[in-house]
Design a protein around this ligand. Structure first.
Ligand SMILES: [Zn+2]
Ligand SMILES: [Zn+2]
Length: 563
């Protein structure tokens, strides 16, 4: 039989090392147990029967070994696979007496379909067969015993080394213990935790077909990191390559290296609540993360669809993943130190107590939903808890848009939109014409550049609002100027002669497109959100059955008093 046609037995290299260091180092006959992956001819552990009587001519396992096997089976997912023992020189195969013991073991261990029974000898000079290997002056000849109709069948098996220890050593990994077999979903994996210089605490899980497939690598407490597993590289080099690349990653990303004096490192301690992770929300999250904002809470009920890729921050790998999860991945890819919490839910799908906690726990709200009711609800909560907020929105076709900045002392979003709507009523207004409630850019055609143009202003305001008052950097002055003027409602024209821009800027030299006008809406003293203190209502008092209903009714009355 050629070796290629022999059944394969996979053996972890550290188990082979253990065999060579014990059975291989002493006079026959000695032995030990093999344990491994249930239902597979894979050996992941060797237990030396060290208390066996060495004066005896023939090896017979001890009660101590049986107890050890039971212990390993209790502690790990590894299961008993068979017994390896040594023979005198010139006998690299099981004896007649061995065969009858194999048969007895198969009867006792009914879960075993194949009993692994390799023989160790010290003959390393004769040519090796396909079922043999030599390691450290020790020859291992692999056999498997199984029951058949005609009695015991003994089959030579081709050993394939699972190079786990070799790979770990080359990667500079210092483990405390040998890897242990654990259950991951439906399969068993070899897990080990240790240190790698420059990476700290690392946990690695190897599959039985390693190094054909990539291991799972966990750094610290974070989830498995995506690895570029190069199949073109020799198997024993792959882990070393991966570790080399991980090591060359900066421990801390200097995100503000090119914005010193404009932004403050204090942003690393700030948390932004982003509601709506579509074109606007995903863009703003990425911008804020790259600017050094350290924590995000993301809320969006949808999954990434292929159609989103042309107009958002998502990638092909994200399709089918909840947007909040994909966006969290993007943030961590930019800044591994960032803290991201995601809620794959619609705003009205969150209990009001939870939503209130999210708003209260953040430093700024980005309200980027397509839903006026949700925007109004966020407005009320943010105002109530004294959190600044930005409300970016695109008009039909993304030909124009608006950004409303709300902070203490400024009119709320409801007052701002209501006031501007009334003030522009005589104009040919996109707000008026398309019904403000549904005129936003949902599945509308619109260019990503136009969406970014409007969103980037929201981003700049957000960066300013996020700085604590104790700081003094340029980004703060931009938002502060808006506050001083009370002009918290910016409208944008993304094409020439758009809406009010055509008439307002008619006599201004050099106009074409991408202008902005900063409007100063007035506050309604009776507004339940931003009006006189005693007239304000508690947004957390809304019931989950009718989210934001009071507010919306109030907003509608206020926005269209004549209707
Ligand atoms: Zn024997
Ligand atoms: Zn108001």
């Amino acid at each position: 039989m050629t070796s290629a046609r022999l059944p394969v037995v996979r053996v972890a290299d550290y188990a082979l090392d253990g065999i060579a260091a014990t059975l291989g180092a002493v006079t026959p006959e000695q032995g030990g147990a093999l344990l491994g992956i249930p239902g597979s001819d894979t050996v992941t552990q060797f237990v030396h029967d060290r208390s066996a009587d060495v004066t005896s001519v023939r090896y017979h396992n001890t009660d101590w070994l049986i107890q050890e096997i039971n212990q390993v089976e209790r502690r790990t997912a590894a299961r008993f696979k068979g017994i390896i023992h040594s023979h005198p020189r010139g006998m690299p195969y099981p004896s007649g007496q061995d065969r009858s013991e194999f048969a007895r073991s198969l009867e006792l261990n009914t879960a075993l379909t194949r009993y692994l029974a390799p023989i160790v000898t010290h003959d390393v000079t004769t040519a090796l067969d396909g079922h043999e290997l030599v390691l450290d002056g020790c020859r291992m000849s692999f056999f498997g015993a199984s029951q058949s109709e005609s009695g015991l069948r003994l089959t030579p098996m081709r050993p394939v080394v699972l190079p786990v220890r070799r790979a770990l050593t080359r990667a500079g990994f210092t483990a405390v213990d040998e890897p242990a077999l654990i259950t991951v979903g439906d399969s068993a994996m070899l897990g080990t935790t240790g240190e790698i210089g420059g990476l700290g605490l690392v946990t690695i899980l190897f599959g039985a077909d390693y190094p054909a497939t990539a291991p799972l690598v966990f750094l610290g407490e974070s989830g498995p990191i995506p690895l570029d597993w190069e199949l073109g590289v020799p198997g024993e080099d792959r882990l070393e390559r991966v570790v080399g690349r991980l090591r060359s990653r900066p421990a801390k990303v200097p995100l503000q290296a090119r914005s010193a004096g404009l932004l403050s490192p204090a942003l690393a301690d700030r948390r932004v609540l982003v509601v709506g992770a579509g074109s606007v929300g995903s863009y703003l999250t990425e911008v804020l993360a790259r600017s050094g904002v350290g924590a995000f809470t993301l809320v969006d009920p949808e999954e990434v669809a292929a159609e989103n890729l042309g107009r958002s921050a998502y990638r092909v790998d994200d399709v089918g993943t909840p947007k909040v999860e994909a966006l969290a991945r993007l943030v961590r890819a930019v800044n591994p130190a960032a803290e991201v919490a995601g809620y794959a839910a619609a705003l009205d799908g969150l209990p009001i107590e939870d939503l209130a906690k999210l708003v209260e726990g953040c430093d700024l709200v980005v309200a980027a939903t397509d839903d006026n009711q949700a925007q109004g609800r966020l407005d009320h909560l943010a105002y109530w808890f004294g959190k600044p907020a930005v409300f970016p929105a695109l008009y039909r076709g993304a030909e124009g848009g608006e950004v409303i900045m709300v902070a203490a002392g400024l009119p709320c979003w409801g007052c701002s939109t209501g006031g501007v709507r009334a003030a522009t009523a005589e104009q040919e207004s996109p707000l008026r014409r398309t019904d403000y409630g549904t005129g936003r850019l949902i599945a509308e055609p619109g260019l990503l550049v136009d969406i970014h143009h409007v969103s980037s202003v929201a981003g700049k305001l957000a960066l300013g609002l996020l700085h604590p008052d104790s700081e003094d950097v340029a980004a703060m002055r931009f938002a502060a100027g808006v506050r001083e003027r009370g002009a918290n409602y910016a409208v944008f024209a993304n094409r020439p002669d758009y809406w009010i821009f055509a008439s307002v800027l008619a006599d201004t030299y050099g106009q074409y497109a991408y202008q902005s006008i900063w409007l100063a809406p007035s506050r309604d003293e009776a507004c339940p959100v931003c009006g006189e203190q005693e007239g304000r209502t508690d947004p957390t008092a809304y019931t989950a059955e009718a989210p934001g209903a009071d507010l919306l009714a109030a907003y509608r009355r206020e926005a269209a008093p004549g209707e």
